[in-house]
Design a binder for this molecule. Structure first.
Ligand code: NAD
Length: 496
């Protein structure tokens, strides 16, 4: 921690309230210069902040902390609850965990809010009417970071999706839409393929939507949704989606507004919030005074709204609009037809500061309702415990046999309780009645079900695994198959 004592950013204007404690990280690459520019603007606008500066990122990684953050730094984050963060560099190579993912998940920042708006009068874009907000789930999905190498040929990454996780993010999207007067919430999933995980996300969306009758809703399969978002983004308003899709699509959405350098992001949880630009540390631009600080500045505006300093947020946002409207542009958005002055990072901050108190003339000024409370992260509903019945087991086997030979070995050694029902390879059924054309790896999923539809228990599964091990079968994991309240809790797994 660089400053043990909090440093008050005293305002030129009368301070609005008790300074709000905020943890600040200057970041790596372009981070320090864009953060310095933003803090200058916030101070000049009258933000009332007590800043606690911390070190995270590349130097901390290189000092041997695999997540780029030290134990003592967590204390500042947990104590202050609000984190204003410049981008950091994740060193190349194995052994380094993503700091962003670690912070988001450790602090329970489940909602990632990324407004992506076009400013066609001053930043050229093919999508002048675009004004959408990506609400990305932040804690689940493939970002659990649970990966394994299982055989010579096959690696796996677990996709985990929970009902409380879906409820939190989907309710947040609706609450956000209501609080910001948005007319529609769209849900993007791939539930035609991932019927259980993405299917749950879609199901929860459909369950929650009727609680917001004034808001229009629709659901899109992610592939066509991505295509339409890149082509006609103006048809979308608020879009909510699982983690990986949200990560990718929010960058696309930001880029097509005109520059990835202008998009902010807020990460919101029940006990904290983190505000940052969506872009990275752009190492080639570092130290050259050419990076655009706008994404981080607009993240600061979102932070001020969250801290209930809406007047300051409004003053900065309108000064920023006036600056870009007057053609004062950093290199990334500088175009002969729309720009008047090319400025560096510092020059851009100076221009915004000069315009504090003014408003854009051709664009509509923003208004932040002084009475508006931040969107509250709703708690998920308590869930009833279902009746769970074990009905079989999938045994995953590492083998170089043919499907027929493997089936023979498994059937000879399975015992009396559980019968081999099918074998799939990468999800495609190869036994019984496989096709010779199917390419097979050394990773087989072998489904066992009770021989006579009789009840099965964990001891039967253990006995099966012991017997297969005895016979030299290299099983690498098992997944128990359950029914929940009589409803199948596993995919049929025939590649459909
Ligand atoms: P990047 O976002 O840093 O850069 C992508 C492109 O956008 C580059 O051409 C860059 O010059 C441009 N760009 C980005 N920000 C800009 C700005 N403010 N002004 C003008 N142009 C800008 O992505 P990358 O190159 O893939 O990643 C670089 C590093 O950043 C990596 O170490 C990565 O891990 C890290 N990263 C950090 C965060 C974060 O801290 N939130 C997010 C993404 C990437």
């Amino acid at each position: 921690m660089r400053n043990a004592a909090a440093t008050a950013l005293s305002a030129q204007a009368e301070p609005i309230a008790e300074p709000a404690p905020v943890t600040v990280a200057m970041g790596d690459g372009i981070g320090p210069e864009i953060m310095e520019a933003c803090l200058r603007i916030l101070e000049a606008a009258g933000a009332s902040l007590a800043i606690d500066e911390i070190d995270i990122g590349e130097s901390v990684y290189r000092a041997g902390h695999s997540a780029g953050i030290t134990d003592s730094t967590w204390q500042s984050l947990r104590h202050n609850g609000v984190f204003y963060k410049a981008p950091i560099t994740t060193p190349q190579g194995g052994g380094y965990k993503s700091l962003n993912v670690t912070v988001r998940k450790s602090l329970g920042l489940f909602a990632n809010i990324r407004p992506c708006r076009a400013y066609p009068a001053c930043i050229p874009t093919r999508h002048p009417a675009m004004d959408l907000v990506v609400v990305r789930e932040n804690e689940e999905d493939l970002y659990a970071g649970i990966e394994h190498r299982q055989t010579d040929q096959v690696y796996q990454c677990l996709k985990l999706v929970s009902r409380p996780g879906c409820e939190k993010i989907i309710r947040y999207a609706f609450e956000y839409a209501r609080a910001h007067g948005r007319r529609k919430v769209s849900c993007f999933t791939k539930d035609n393929i991932m019927k259980m995980t993405d299917g749950l996300f879609h199901e929860v969306f459909d369950q929650i939507a009727p609680e917001y009758p004034e808001i229009e809703t629709d659901h899109w399969i992610i592939d066509i949704a991505a295509a339409r978002l890149a082509d006609t983004p103006e048809i979308f308003d608020v879009v909510v989606m699982p983690n990986l899709y949200g990560d990718i699509l929010s960058d696309i959405a930001a880029q097509i507004t005109g520059s990835v350098g202008i998009a902010p992001s807020a990460n919101i949880g029940s006990n904290g919030a983190m505000f940052e630009a969506i872009h990275g540390s752009a190492p080639p631009l570092a130290g050259r005074d050419i990076a655009n600080p706008s994404g981080l500045l607009l993240a600061g505006v979102m932070m001020l709204v969250h801290l209930r300093q809406p007047e300051v947020a409004e003053r900065i946002h309108n000064a920023w609009l006036a600056t870009i409207e007057q053609g004062i542009h950093t290199d990334d958005i500088h175009r002969a037809e729309t720009s008047r002055h090319r400025v560096g990072t510092r020059g851009f901050a100076d221009a915004v500061i000069e315009r504090l108190g003014t408003e854009p003339e051709t664009m509509t000024p923003v208004r932040y309702n002084a009475d508006a409370a931040p969107v509250i992260a709703p708690e998920p509903l308590p869930q009833r415990v279902a009746a769970k019945t074990l009905v079989g087991v999938d045994v995953f086997v590492h083998a170089t046999d043919t499907a027929e030979a493997l089936a023979g070995t498994l059937r000879r050694n399975a015992g009396d309780i559980l019968d081999l029902q099918m074998i799939t390879n990468r999800g495609v059924k190869v036994w019984p009645d496989g096709l010779p054309e199917t390419f097979c790896t050394d990773h087989w999923r072998c489904r066992f079900m009770p021989a006579d539809s009789c009840p099965v228990n964990q001891s039967d599964v253990v006995a099966l695994l012991a017997s297969l091990t005895e016979a030299g079968v290299d099983f690498i994991k098992s997944e128990q198959l359950y029914d929940f309240d009589g409803k199948r809790g596993y995919s049929l797994g025939q590649g459909q």
